[in-house]
Structures are given as structure tokens and as C-alpha cells.
Design a protein around this ligand. Sequence first.
Ligand code: HEM
Ligand code: HEM
Length: 346
Amino acid sequence: MTSLVLTITETLRYRGKLGQWAWVLHRVSGFGTLVFLIMHVIDTSWATFYPELYAKAVDAYKTPLFTAGEFALVALVIYHALNGFRIALFDYRPQWWRRQADAAKLVLLGTLVLLVPAFFIMAGHVVSYYNERVSVFDLGLEKVIEATAPFAIGTVVVIGLALVVSAGASFIPSLNAPKKQLKGSKMETFMWSFMRISGVLIIPLVFGHLAMMHLIQGVFDLTRVGHVPVFTNLGPNMEATLTAVNFVRLRWDTMLAGVYIWRIYDILLLFLVVLHGFNGLRYIINDYIHNRVVNRALRLASFGTMIGVLVVGALAILQSVPATTAEMLSQTSQVLIETNVNLLVR
Ligand code: HEM
Ligand code: HEM
């Protein structure tokens, strides 16, 4: 904790110019996006497991407070993506290192160039929603607290449990022995490359997702009766209740060339952003928390949450596969297995 306080005060004091602020902004934007992502994947999984809760969550997404957060989120993702691309590119090109300051300026300029039209289009969605459908302006504080409180409580509980387990683990001698350096460094080298490769792969996926949810259509369209979700072929969303749940269903049930295109897209996005984001969180924890018990507890809590988010997110996508398709797939795989067995026996 003292290390965290020291970092904040020293960051403000240190005159490291643009490079230092680029580093701070990259860290803050990565962390902020990860916090949103954890809530977002759990919320989205409710479309499959608890439809009423999903409808409530999306209702909170439409409040002015969340709308402000949505603009901030888009800014964070765009900056982090461009700056991450700069880091990845320059790390493999040492001959360009003396141009780092120019590249950091270019990232800021690129962020502005993308943000101005993005904010303009997003503002258009917001204005049309408030003009057409809202009679009373309500900040929606109550809905926002209701939507976020379970996550705040969950965070405290998970960290509390992890602290107990970590304190208990202090009594196991083998867990407290110094780590073998070689094994650790091989793993770290792999993760270093993974952060750069996954980051670059995430760019088209996350930009595509944001374009579909904020630009081509807006967050408010999730609950609009008669709206055709973008890049779907199952007709308009005519559900009067649980409209948002049906929006997700229309997207996940859309098939292109015989495949559930949006399920595959979301699974890829899910695994890449979650593994990338939580490994980034591990760097942050290791940088600031040096007390052995607390460090282990936070890494444990973060690892447990990562597994939870992956499992819940993937199950939501897979479990909602229509029963007929699941039966078809199981029959097809049965036929394939039998054919293979017959071939082997012959
Ligand atoms: C959109 C494309 C993205 C790119 C190109 C990208 C790239 C990068 C790079 C190159 C790093 C530095 C890794 C290192 O220091 O070894 C990084 C760190 C990080 N990223 Fe991303 N990233 C992207 C998306 C995301 C998303 C969606 C999240 C959140 C879920 C995220 C969360 C983080 C975090 C928490 C860190 C650690 C920050 C730090 O150590 O200061 N990133 N990213
Ligand atoms: C407020 C902004 C956002 C909205 C309104 C939104 C909306 C949605 C919706 C409606 C779905 C359901 C499936 C679909 O239609 O494809 C979904 C799924 C998903 N979104 Fe977003 N999205 C937002 C931002 C983001 C960001 C910034 C990320 C990545 C950092 C992200 C990552 C995901 C993932 C991984 C899934 C799959 C979830 C699961 O497996 O349960 N979303 N999003």
C-alpha cells in the first residue's frame, strides 16, 4: 500500500514528460477497461442464465451516468489500443527507439482523430433517444448503484477469502521457498510476447465490437422494439418484454455459411481480452504490492476471477445454442465416430 501511495505521489512529482504520462495512461486505461470487462461479461452471461437480471442491467446501461461512462470507456479503449500497438511495434524495432517521443505524440493525435467522429456518432444516438423516448430526465443513480453494488460486494468477498487462504498458505513451507529463476523467466518471456501478440489480435475484434455496439447502432438499440441487430439475419427484434435478452439471442443465433458467426467472434474476444487483461493486472499487482501474503492473495483473487469470468462467459455463449442444433451436432459427431470406428475395424 505504501508503495502504491509512493508511486502516485512520485508520478505527480517526477518530470518524465510525455513518455511517463503515456505509461501512466496505458496502465490506467488497461485497468479501467478490465474492471468494465469483468462486469460486462458477467452481465452478458445473464442473458442466458437470468434473463430478468440482464434486462435490468441493460436498463442501467441506459442511464445518463452509464452513458458518461460509455464515452470514457471508448476513449480508454482507443488510447490503450493505439498506445499498445506503439509499444508492440517499437519493442520489435530497437532502431526506432530514438523516435519514441514522436510516436507517443502520434498516438495522442490518432486517439483524437478517432475519438472526435466516434463521439459525434455516439452523441447522435444519445440525442435521438432523449428526443424520442424520454419524458423525464433522471440521472439514474439508484439504478447504477443497484447494478454495481453486487460487484463491489463480490470484490470485497473474493479478496477477503483470498487473504484468508494466502495467510493459511504462509504455514506451508514449500509454498514459501524462493522460486526457481529459470522456470519463472521462461514463463515471463512467453507472457511478454503473448501481451504484444494478443494485443494486436484484439484490435480488430474490440474495434469491431465497439463499432457494432456504439456507432452502427447504439446501446439504446438493445431495447428498441422493431430494431434489426446489426449483421444478423433473423429479422427485427419484436419482443416487447426482455427485449435486450432477445437482442443477444438474435445475434448469437445468426448463422453465416453454416456457422454461428457471433458466438465464434465473442468466444475469441472473450479469451483474448480476459487473458491479456488479467495478465496485465498481475503486472500491476506485482509492481505495487510487495507484502508476500497480500501479493499472493491478490494474485489468487485475480486468478480465481479470471477463471470464473472465462467459464461463465463461455458457458453463456455455448449453453444458449438452440437445442435442435445441439442435437444435430451430437448426431453428426455420433455418425462421424461410428464411421471412423468402422474404418478402423476394417
Ligand atoms: C485493443 C488492443 C490492445 C492492445 C494493442 C494492447 C496492448 C498492450 C500492451 C503492448 C501492453 C504492455 C504489456 C507489457 O508491459 O508487457 C498492455 C498492457 C495491458 N493491457 Fe492491453 N492491449 C489491448 C487491449 C486491452 C484490453 C481490452 C484490456 C482490458 C481487458 C487491456 C488491459 C491491459 C492491462 C491491465 C495491461 C497492463 C498495464 C501495465 O502493466 O501498465 N488491454 N496492453
Ligand atoms: C458499453 C459498451 C458495450 C456494449 C453495449 C456491449 C454490448 C455487448 C453485447 C450486447 C454483447 C452480447 C453478444 C453480442 O451481441 O455480440 C456483448 C458481448 C461481449 N462483449 Fe461487449 N459491449 C460493450 C463493450 C465491450 C468492450 C469494451 C469489450 C472488451 C473489452 C467487450 C467484450 C465483450 C465480450 C468478451 C462479450 C462476450 C460475453 C460473454 O461471453 O458472455 N464489450 N457485448
